[in-house]
Ligand binder design. Structure first.
Ligand SMILES: [Zn+2]
Length: 477
């Protein structure tokens, strides 16, 4: 009997990894094995430690990876999978591949930096601490990537094929529609990856990719994310609030620090800043995009115009490339990054990682958190156990580089920037389905979020909804 096994993003929001095995019998014969996504666990140590565990089936026996998008919690374990012996193809859209070619080496670089830091501090019980994978290993895994265009059907084996459809989550993001032949019957499995927002520009302004996931789906088995299963996004335009927050901070002589991953959300955010500055709603203060991949991320974003909303296309036409904007600095080198700290005047600093789990944002926050003049502004989801979660939840201090840093700066969050559908948006999308799936497994959510979404879907749609458990294996009948 074919089965799906949840190797990650079950009971948590990170480490997305779902294995499909087309046949399995008691003699132990394995069929074609494909992983949908291969993400890194982030957040609490209990989960991060699982990055070091082997997959339940040896990596060399996995035949293919189908990658929905380029966020690290979906792609960040690929270099490790390759290191463990995987040698198959990794299928993704060209935009996802372009983003991975920047994101994965950067992740390898961060892994190396972390290991180096622990070795210096002797803070690891592993002596010496090793990186999960290196920058070089991350670069090496890129040769396994194969571009797949939307709606192109890829036949993986006689019984297994898939095609990508739009998820409208980030640049290049997709859902995977998998077709499985079993016992003479065809079964359709839909893996949502992360679901973008069903929206109009008033509800979620600044959105740069297509509006809403593909409608009119059919699925026998639905494997669906539930990140925002228990929270609704505000239905207000974030621009006036953002302008206010910036004006107040500048008024008291402070700077705005924004933890943001360089991919997607930074582009959205800086176009909004540009709009606010050009219209005179906020002062023209220096903006620093501080990330080794800052420029490359903008270039990839500008290259994939097929992904834009009409609103994004207009903004790009009007303002051109952010790299050329006066007052906007893209700090790629460590030297340029450190220089930002010498600046004593109000400025806006965007730096990764978005959940403050590592990267250059750490030194900006270590310097600016103790001063009440400054503002830390969150524009993305903060997983429990991350420093971002600690800061956002009002803690008095946070551990950075092994020391406790007092949090006296103002802390604010704008949830409108989210790239994940909220419950009303998910229901709106699910109601466009042509059939009722036999079963829905909820993944990629904290337990409270998943269970609330299960209850809502059961009540509103009457569907059979279950919450996937870590390592659980479910048969596809
Ligand atoms: Zn994502």
């Amino acid at each position: 009997m074919p089965y799906i096994q949840f190797l990650g993003a079950a009971g948590t929001v990170t480490g997305s990894k779902h294995l499909i095995n087309t046949t399995y019998d008691s003699s132990g014969k394995e069929g074609f094995q494909a992983l949908i996504d291969c993400g890194l666990f982030q957040g609490p140590k209990e989960w991060r430690e699982r990055n070091w565990q082997d997959t339940p089936v040896p990596a060399r026996e996995i035949d293919a990876v189908i990658l929905t998008h380029a966020h690290l919690d979906h792609c960040g374990w690929i270099p490790r999978l390759v290191k463990e012996g995987f040698g198959g193809s990794i299928y993704a859209t060209q935009a996802t591949i372009d983003l991975c070619s920047v994101v994965l080496p950067d992740s390898g670089h961060l892994q190396e930096e972390d290991a180096e830091f622990y070795n210096k501090k002797k803070a690891s019980k592993h002596d010496p601490a090793l990186p999960l994978y290196t920058l070089e290993e991350a670069q090496d895994c890129l040769r396994y990537f194969k571009p797949v265009s939307l709606a192109q059907t890829v036949q993986l084996s006689p019984e297994l094929s898939f095609r990508f459809v739009r998820a409208a989550h980030i640049l290049g993001s997709t859902m995977a529609e998998v077709t499985l032949q079993t016992n003479g019957q065809t079964r359709r499995l839909l893996f949502t990856g992360d679901i973008g927002r069903v929206r109009n520009s008033e509800v979620a302004p600044g959105k740069v990719v297509h509006s809403g996931p593909q409608e009119g789906e059919t699925a026998d088995v639905l494997i669906m994310e539930s990140t925002y299963g228990n929270r609704c996004h505000p239905n207000t335009d974030p621009r006036p609030e953002l302008a206010n927050l910036i004006r107040e901070t500048v008024g008291r002589g402070g700077s705005v620090v924004v933890p943001a991953f360089a991919v997607e959300r930074t582009a959205k955010f800086i176009f909004m800043l540009k709009e606010l500055m050009e219209s005179g709603q906020v002062q023209r203060i220096p903006v620093f995009c501080d990330s080794p991949m800052a420029i490359k991320a903008v270039e990839i974003f500008l290259k994939h115009s097929e992904e834009y909303t009409a609103e994004a296309a207009d903004l790009i036409k009007k303002f051109g490339s952010p790299i050329e904007w006066p007052g906007f600095t893209f700090a790629e080198t460590a030297e340029q990054s450190k220089k930002i700290n010498e600046n004593q005047f109000p400025s806006i600093i965007l730096s990764s990682s978005g959940m403050v789990t590592g990267g250059r944002i750490l030194h900006h926050l270590a310097q600016r958190l103790p001063d009440p003049k400054n503002l830390v502004l969150f524009i993305g989801f903060q997983a429990p156990g991350t420093r971002g979660f600690t800061i956002k939840s009002g803690a008095p201090e946070v551990k950075i580089y092994g020391d406790f840093v007092p949090i006296r700066a103002q802390v604010a969050a704008l949830e409108q920037f989210s790239d994940h559908a909220d419950p009303p948006e998910m229901l709106e999308w699910l109601r466009t389905f042509r059939n009722e799936p036999t079963v829905t497994y909820l993944v990629h959510g904290e337990p409270a979020a998943s269970s609330q979404l299960r209850d809502l879907m059961t009540k509103e749609l009457g569907w059979n909804v279950q919450i996937a458990e870590y390592m659980e294996r479910v048969e596809v009948k």
